[in-house]
Ligand binder design. Structure first.
Ligand SMILES: NC(=O)C1=CN([C@@H]2O[C@H](COP(=O)(O)OP(=O)(O)OC[C@H]3O[C@@H](n4cnc5c(N)ncnc54)[C@H](OP(=O)(O)O)[C@@H]3O)[C@@H](O)[C@H]2O)C=CC1
Ligand SMILES: O=C(CO)COP(=O)(O)O
Ligand SMILES: [Zn+2]
Length: 347
């Protein structure tokens, strides 16, 4: 018998000031005892302290660990810090959420995702990207029990993070094309429902591109809900396929070759322009939509030298080889990589 299990978040709370309800939400979820709050250095100040106070006001004992990187060591540090805690809260960007998610999964306890930026679709996903010497690995984890997304906090985060989140969402277009290609060529498992949710999320968000503005809680709400929806598509698929294809391989390769990579979502957005060109699709629509959102569409705007873009393009097919995409098994030659980046205006 071929059983399939889909695990999804139980409660999703969004809105301005909802972080003040953290303690009450945890009580409602029947959580008791000690809570471990994982934050980054910035996110402790902008959100972590508010979440901690709300938990303490409701009588929870709270401990805090601040991490710097989404590394194996950080995961071990959080696992060691869990002790008798009954739940882990990850209050921060993608790296904090990934570390808190994986450490809680490995310790067999629940996790609540408290995003401080709408910059990535790991907010609700059952995956954790952990960096090591050779790049990053995407590991299976439990999806969060709950999500508390305070749109007031998210709207005050640097706008670059929100624009990056839109890049992670627009990636769904090429990710789905890659998945369909692999399904047709290699009979890879494919989920119509996960694919439909992922595409609908990308289409609805891009239709609202004009409304995505700096400092607005409504814009933050729109993007964070789309990112949650993308994460749910990943849960339904049981793989990151609906939200990660050749454009993500390019971003992962750039993380390895560029001395100072840009944000995950920014790199994925740029990758989507180029991979859509390779798919023969409307790459100009992708570029123009990213421009409307004020997300970077060139290497220069991302602060990355052209040679790293070309190198990442030639290496992208070597990342997660089992995931077949438009890059094929042989990838791009240096000449075709350069031509691709020049034609699409990326370099
Ligand atoms: N698991 C999954 O399915 C997915 C995982 N990812 C992963 O997520 C990561 C990318 O996430 P991203 O959020 O872009 O990067 P980071 O988590 O590295 O955050 C970027 C920076 O933004 C800061 N920050 C976050 N929120 C605020 C705020 N409200 N105000 C001020 N500063 C803030 C962080 O501060 P601080 O220093 O405090 O942390 C950090 O310095 C990558 O590691 C990527 O691989 C991406 C997509 C999916
Ligand atoms: O970033 C992701 C989806 O947006 C996760 O993708 P990976 O599985 O490639 O790490
Ligand atoms: Zn991504």
């Amino acid at each position: 018998m071929d059983f399939q299990k889909i695990q999804l978040p139980r409660e999703i709370h969004t809105g301005e000031g909802v972080i003040e309800e953290t303690g009450a939400i945890c009580k409602d979820l029947r959580i008791s005892g000690k809570v471990l709050v994982v934050t980054g250095h910035h996110t402790l100040k902008v959100a972590g302290e508010k979440a901690i106070k709300s938990l303490q006001d409701e009588g929870f004992e709270v401990e805090n660990i601040t991490i710097e990187k989404a590394s194996k060591d950080a995961v071990i540090e959080v696992q060691d810090g869990i002790g008798s805690a009954s739940i882990v809260l990850g209050v921060g960007g993608g790296k904090v959420i990934d570390v808190a998610k994986l450490a809680s999964t490995r310790s067999g306890i629940h996790f609540i995702s408290v995003p401080t930026a709408a910059s990535h679709d790991g907010i609700a996903s059952p995956r954790a990207s952990i960096k090591n010497e050779g790049g990053s690995v995407s590991l299976k984890a439990k999806p969060p029990l709950g999500i508390i997304a305070d749109t007031s906090i998210i709207s005050k985060a640097p706008f670059r993070l929100l624009a990056a989140g839109c890049g992670d969402i627009i990636s769904n277009y090429t990710a789905i094309l890659d998945w369909q290609l692999s399904h047709r060529l290699l009979n890879e498992y494919y989920s119509d429902s996960a694919s439909a949710l992922s595409l609908m999320t990308a289409k609805m968000t891009m239709k609202s591109a004009d409304a995505i503005k700096e400092g607005l809680a409504e814009s933050a709400g729109l993007v964070v809900k789309a990112l949650i929806s993308s994460g749910i598509a990943i849960s339904i698929a049981g793989t990151s396929r609906p939200a990660s294809g050749s454009e993500h391989k390019f971003s992962h390769a750039l993380d390895i070759v560029a001395p100072k990579p840009a944000l995950h979502g920014e790199q994925c957005g740029l990758g989507t322009i180029m991979m859509m060109y390779l798919h023969g699709g409307d790459w100009k629509f992708i570029r123009d939509t990213l421009k409307t959102i004020k997300a970077p569409t060139t290497a220069h705007e991302m602060g990355i030298k052209p040679e790293y873009i070309i190198e990442a393009l030639t290496k992208a097919h070597t990342i997660r080889k089992e995931r077949y995409t438009i890059l094929g098994d042989r990838g791009l030659t240096e000449e075709s990589a350069e031509a691709l980046a020049v034609t699409t205006g990326v370099i």
